[in-house]
Design a binder for this molecule. Structure first.
Ligand code: NAD
Ligand code: MG
Length: 316
């Protein structure tokens, strides 16, 4: 509201926040980023950041670190784009070395992230490969540990989301792909990582607002997000005595390549995020601070929790 000393800014249509939102920032979150309608667009799965219009903001120009993860070693799946890219940039600028996993088709997006991590002065490790394979998941952990010199943050963030409006049209192959990518990979990676994780380590799983209120067109995907939320809470209890915390992040609608590459029905994409009280989708940069907080010992009493960033409706 005007008159409370908060500057009323014109809507940011460039897609990029120039200055990090901070305690002193009183700009209106509803106006901070582009709002619907968005241009019609479609990409082949898994989609690329470089082809999105407008370009998402991952904090490239705005995220400022302050040593909150100094010397830490993180693996982020789906670290090439979207929320995973924003977490990778933030972790590196907070002082962590970062390994990212992604699909081979995403190499160009991944290389952009590698450059950003190196620019922050940290070690970047790029490991492409398909998480639907248990053998690859085991190899991914082994290579991350070898190339980072250890591992103390695991972010299970990669996911497959393919919107289908009728259960009759969901193939067994799709159901299998969604469960393998979103649930099995989290299980395989966590199991393989645990022998390497010291006390003080953190596991962060990306769930979703749909875990709490599934829409009609995302049956398989929403079921996996509920499973991730539940697994997070159970595993947290098991690992608490070892000093390993396990938490989840539940995003609402976020402007990432997953959406124009089949995550949404193409005709719905122009209005993406319009139904949130904030009136727009979130940007990946707006999720990154939650991942930093949950990775850091600053949140040492938080485990088995899901932290939401949903634009005002639903969630944990
Ligand atoms: P994104 O497309 O940028 O990231 C998803 C990543 O998953 C891809 O970059 C890809 O590298 C990876 N991936 C998919 N299948 C894979 C496979 N078989 N092997 C290896 N990697 C694979 O999209 P995003 O929105 O940033 O997604 C990140 C997380 O956020 C996901 O868990 C997603 O479910 C969750 N999420 C997103 C939204 C949203 O609106 N964008 C909302 C809630 C939750
Ligand atoms: Mg990607």
């Amino acid at each position: 509201m005007a008159g409370l000393g908060s500057p009323v800014l014109a809507q940011n249509t460039s897609g990029t926040r120039k200055v990090r939102a901070s305690g002193a920032d009183l700009s209106n979150p509803a106006q901070a980023y582009p709002k619907p309608p968005f241009p019609k667009q479609q990409q082949e799965w898994p989609g690329l950041v470089s082809k999105m219009q407008p370009r998402p903001d991952h904090g490239e120009e705005s995220y400022k670190g302050s040593g909150r993860l100094e010397g830490r070693k993180a693996l982020i799946t789906g670290g090439d784009s979207g929320i995973g890219r924003a977490a990778a940039i933030a972790f590196a600028r907070e002082g962590a070395d970062v390994a990212i996993n992604y699909l081979p088709a995403e190499e160009s997006d991944a290389q952009d992230v590698v450059q950003l991590i190196r620019k922050a002065g940290r070690r970047a490790v790029a490991i492409p490969g398909d998480l639907r394979s248990e053998a690859f998941c085991q190899d991914l952990i082994a290579r991350s540990v070898r190339d980072l010199g250890g591992l103390d943050i695991l972010v299970n963030n990669a996911a497959r989301q393919h919107a289908v409006d009728d259960i009759a049209k969901i193939t067994t192959e799709q159901f299998d792909d969604t469960l393998k990518t979103n649930v099995y990979a989290m299980f395989w990676l966590t199991k393989a990582a645990l022998p390497h994780l010291p006390s003080g380590a953190a596991i962060i799983n990306t769930t979703s607002v749909v875990a709490y209120d599934p829409p009609e067109g995302l049956l398989d995907y929403s079921a996996t997000k509920a499973a991730i939320m539940n697994f997070t809470k159970g595993l947290a209890k098991q690992l608490a005595p070892r000093g390993i915390r396990v938490n989840g992040v539940a995003p609402g609608p976020v402007w990432t390549p997953l959406q124009p590459s089949g995550g949404q029905q193409p005709e719905k994409l122009p209005q993406f995020g319009a139904d949130t009280p904030i009136g727009r989708p979130g940007q990946p940069a707006e999720l990154a601070p939650l991942y930093v907080l949950l990775a850091s010992q600053e949140s040492s009493y938080s485990t088995g929790q899901i932290f939401g960033a949903v634009g005002g409706r639903g969630g944990p």
